[in-house]
Write a protein that binds this ligand. Structure first.
Ligand SMILES: CSC[C@H]1O[C@H](OP(=O)(O)O)[C@H](O)[C@@H]1O
Length: 365
């Protein structure tokens, strides 16, 4: 067995005192280029354009975007308060609708302002705490999730849930790192994850860098792979887990869950508690991001569909709780998620500040 922390070298989000350095995930794996965000507009653009992506990572980036906005207020001798920062909170929250980690992080940043004698320090400390807590949660979830795996198992994962999508180590990919280190996982299969290719471009890059045996499969090969008996667990991340355990994740997750249940394969969702949204009753209430159809009509930057051809490009779907065998968060494992088991573990998680939630939600209006 090896130390899972050994597989923990990649960091996509770097705070640099007066700017935020991001590994530009649009260019991986062929180019490892960083972009520097020097204001909240730069951060908002990076999130919207997927230079940084992944539910926890966009929450962390947005938190540092608020710090950059506060630094700008300080430089212009403007008071750093909720009123001054509200436009930035709304702007950052409007960048992507599905991952609740974004609104959760912005709510925490606004709450950090309350009764603070040094708001800039409070905001900087809160953003750092959000990032550090995520890394610790991922390492703990890695161990929890790996404890569910049998010896010598094959696993299938979807999209990218690794160090690139988080503060480091990863959620579902963190369980895979820990499972490999524990000698339990003998083969990883990664779905390419069309149209943005997070699996092909990002997950394969992370796994190969870590020396973890991984095979890329076409999204359409998943059911056929399951039929061969090579996979015992499907392990995925999440962007929003509703109060009844319904889970929004990258498009294609729902059909993996259906196929897994048909083939008697276990289905695990791995996400920090910042992804749990007890204010959303069930999966039907989750806002599914529709992205530009050009992402589907083009391949590697070249149009691959006849002119005049149109596309529908939802980039998330919802897996019903009934198809999920285990939800792993840093608080523990929920076997067979439902309203009752979710409430037992997350009763405290609701909009801490309704006014903030309304204000931050306005960003989607
Ligand atoms: C731990 S990342 C969670 C989630 O985010 C990804 O979406 P995107 O690449 O569009 O930001 C994907 O759904 C991952 O499972």
């Amino acid at each position: 067995m090896s130390d899972p922390a050994r597989h923990d070298s990649i960091r996509a989000v770097h705070w640099r005192e007066n700017h935020l350095r991001l590994l530009d995930q649009r260019l991986l794996p062929m180019q490892e280029i960083f972009i520097d965000c020097r204001n909240a507009d730069d951060v908002a653009r990076a999130i919207k354009d997927l230079a940084v992506r992944g539910a926890p990572a966009i929450g962390i980036a947005a938190a540092w975007g608020v710090v950059l906005a506060a630094q700008a207020l300080r430089a212009n001798s403007v008071a750093i308060d909720a009123t001054g920062l509200e436009p930035v909170l709304v702007q950052l929250n409007a960048t992507r609708p599905t991952a609740v980690n974004l609104a959760w992080a912005l709510r925490r940043m606004r709450a950090a302002l309350v009764n603070s004698s040094d708001p800039l320090s409070a905001l900087t400390g809160e953003a750092a705490a959000i990032q550090n807590e995520d890394l610790a949660a991922n390492r703990h979830m890695g161990e929890l999730g790996a404890s569910l795996l049998p010896q010598h198992c094959g696993v299938l994962t979807h999209c990218n849930t690794g160090s690139l999508a988080t503060a480091g180590f990863g959620t579902a990919l963190g369980v895979i790192r820990a499972g490999v280190a524990a000698g339990k996982i003998t083969q990883v299969y990664a779905g390419e994850t069309r149209p943005w290719q997070q699996g092909a471009r990002l997950t394969m890059w992370e796994l190969v860098r870590d020396g973890i045996p991984a095979k890329l499969i076409a999204d359409s090969a998943a059911s056929h792979l399951m039929k061969t008996g090579a996979v015992q667990w499907v392990i995925v991340g999440a962007d929003r887990i509703a109060a009844n355990g319904d889970t929004a994740n990258k498009i294609g997750t729902y059909q993996l869950a259906i196929a897994a249940r048909y083939h008697g394969i276990k289905f695990m969702v791995v996400a920090p508690s910042s992804t749990v949204d007890m204010d959303t009753t069930d999966g039907d209430a989750i806002d599914i991001e529709l992205r530009d159809s050009t992402e589907l009509l083009h391949t590697a930057g070249q149009r691959s569909v006849v002119e005049g051809g149109e596309a529908w490009n939802p980039v998330f779907d919802v897996t019903p709780a009934a198809l999920i065998d285990a939800i792993v968060t840093e608080r523990g494992i929920i076997h067979g998620p439902n309203n009752q088991s979710m409430r037992a573990m997350f009763a405290d998680k609701n909009s801490a500040d309704l006014e903030t939630s309304v204000a931050v939600a306005k960003g989607r209006a």
